[in-house]
Design a protein around this ligand. Structure first.
Ligand code: FAD
Length: 477
């Protein structure tokens, strides 16, 4: 099955009957009809539909090298700069469809898997490593247009530098056995965004010391013993007037529990090899490839936010004030900076040791430093400009009951009452609802701890030649 349609995605996920627990209840029936998942699954389905139709097929798909069928562009292993451009345009098209609010749209994980596959050679001849399993899973995912969630971190128990868990009481998921069928995994991992509404769960451990936790594998979401334990839903309700964002894009985050889960050997990429587990993500260019996708999404999101900010300015007519202009310009500066960095990452892309075209890593490392810091200031800007407007937001039902009064008394310079309230409800859902505040936390942490990411940039950014330049300058009389 090549690039799928939205309906195929929904039918496939419904058929899985994955174990999803939410608010004390296990989800039974079709997950796509559950209020917590319906909106986001419909938005995800729209992404798959964009892969079809004459105008978009060329942008969103390419010909599979193995089957000759049209497959999703985010699986493309880039060998030229032109391939990077193709990947960017496809990522942008999907991001525009949800205005960047779906951080884990399938292209993020497809890109992750593509990056791992690009570096599969690194696993060759290393103990307990199976590059052929990784490559065949990559091909299977590409040919079937699988969706994936992932868990890369351990439960937040004790983040002291050298913390070793009590052997008797497993918390972080680890290998507890090996059988002829596969690895047996017990324990928990965090934090699967879209957990329960994807075909597969990709699990990679990073930065560990314990052999039992040095693994990489992927398993179907409905594997026996695998559980997705969800946080409360942030879907405010079904009305897109009242909850314009959460009704459509609330992705859900889940704790993943492995209850003696058997991971079939053919799905194990590596195990009991801490050295490989700690190095592989860096070696395969995971950061460069995924951040290239991430930036496209963040740019679409920033464009939408700029649109919201300007709508507020226009509707209450505050554009003449200098501080207002300055705030709008802050968003413009971020947008143009991100756009420039994305293009720069392609311009300065280099062929890596595996023969693939890798976007410039330092450029993207800088970009992922900027956005988590700037994103919360967007909320501040919207709150300072929106003021009481962000609380003068009666619901759709209220408009049905008191239409005359609300249309009259909530009108603004630019709009009638209802139109203005729609805009302010959107701004509220972006900045003040539980959905909105989760978006801020997401942009801060989804790619890892910004503090540690800055440490990696400090360690890796080349500057010896600059010190030498200073020394040369000082030597000259
Ligand atoms: C909304 C959301 C969605 C997410 N989705 C996913 C997902 O789909 N898949 C996935 O795998 N992960 C996901 N994550 C997890 C994300 O990768 C982590 O939040 C991130 O890596 C930080 O880890 P942590 O949350 O455990 O924070 P911690 O590591 O516990 O950090 C807590 C605080 O302690 C500090 N700290 C801890 N250790 C150190 C150290 N060694 N040096 C310096 N400071 C330190 C941090 O700077 C931070 O201030 C998601 C997170 C969020 C918030």
């Amino acid at each position: 099955m090549p690039a799928i349609t939205g309906q195929q995605y929904i039918d496939r996920i419904d058929a899985l009957k994955t174990y999803i627990s939410l608010d004390g209840e296990v989800v039974t029936g079709k997950v796509s009809e559950h209020p917590a998942f319906k909106g986001v699954m419909q938005s995800q389905a729209k992404l798959f539909d964009l892969q079809h139709g004459d105008t978009q097929q060329d942008m969103m798909t390419y010909l599979s090298p193995s089957s000759g069928e049209q497959v999703g562009m985010s699986f493309l292993l880039p060998v030229t700069k032109d391939d990077l451009v193709k990947r960017r345009l496809a990522a942008r098209e999907w991001a525009l469809s949800n205005h960047g609010f779906m951080g884990r749209s399938p292209d993020y994980m497809n890109t992750t898997l593509m990056a791992l596959a690009s570096g599969a050679e690194f696993l060759k001849d290393k103990p307990n490593c199976f590059p052929e399993h990784l490559l065949s899973f990559y091909e299977y995912a590409r040919e079937n247009d699988l969706t994936m969630t992932h868990t890369f971190i351990e439960p937040q128990v004790n983040r002291q530098k050298f913390y070793f868990e009590n052997e008797e009481k497993t918390i972080a998921a680890k290998i507890v056995g090996k059988t002829s069928k596969g690895l047996v995994i017990k324990g928990a991992r965090l934090l699967a965004t879209q957990g329960g509404i994807t075909d597969e769960l990709l699990v990679l451990s990073t930065n560990g010391y314990d052999e039992g936790k040095g693994y990489g594998f992927s398993i179907p979401s409905n594997t026996t013993g695998l559980k997705f334990l969800c946080r409360q839903s942030f879907v405010g309700g079904t009305s897109t007037f009242d909850h314009p964002l959460s009704a459509r894009f609330e992705e859900m985050d889940a704790i993943v529990v492995f209850d003696d889960v058997v991971v079939p050997w053919e799905r194990v990429f590596y195990y009991e090899n801490v050295e490989v587990a700690n190095q592989f993500m860096n070696v395969c260019g995971f950061q460069s490839f995924t951040l290239h996708q991430v930036l496209s999404r963040q740019i679409a999101k920033t464009e939408f936010i700029l649109g919201i900010v300007q709508s507020i300015v226009d509707t209450i007519n505050i554009g003449d004030y200098q501080h207002v202009q300055q705030k709008v310009v802050e968003v413009i500066v971020t947008l143009e900076t991100m756009k420039a960095m994305l293009i720069k990452s392609e311009e300065e892309a280099k062929r890596d040791c595996f023969g693939y075209m890798r976007p410039d890593h330092p450029t993207l490392q800088v970009a992922i430093q900027i956005f988590p810091k700037v994103y919360p200031t967007f909320t501040e800007i919207i709150q300072s400009l929106g003021a009481s407007g962000l609380m003068s937001i009666p619901t759709e039902k209220a408009f049905q009951a008191d239409a005359g009064d609300l249309e009259q008394y909530l009108q603004s310079f630019g709009d009638g009452g209802e139109e203005r309230v729609k805009k302010f409800r959107l701004a509220w859902d972006l900045t003040m609802s539980s959905f909105g505040t989760r978006q801020t936390l997401y942009e801060r942490f989804f790619f890892g701890d910004p503090v540690r990411l800055s440490g990696i940039l400090y360690q890796s950014y080349s500057r010896e030649h600059l010190v030498k330049r200073v020394e040369d300058f000082l030597r000259k009389t």
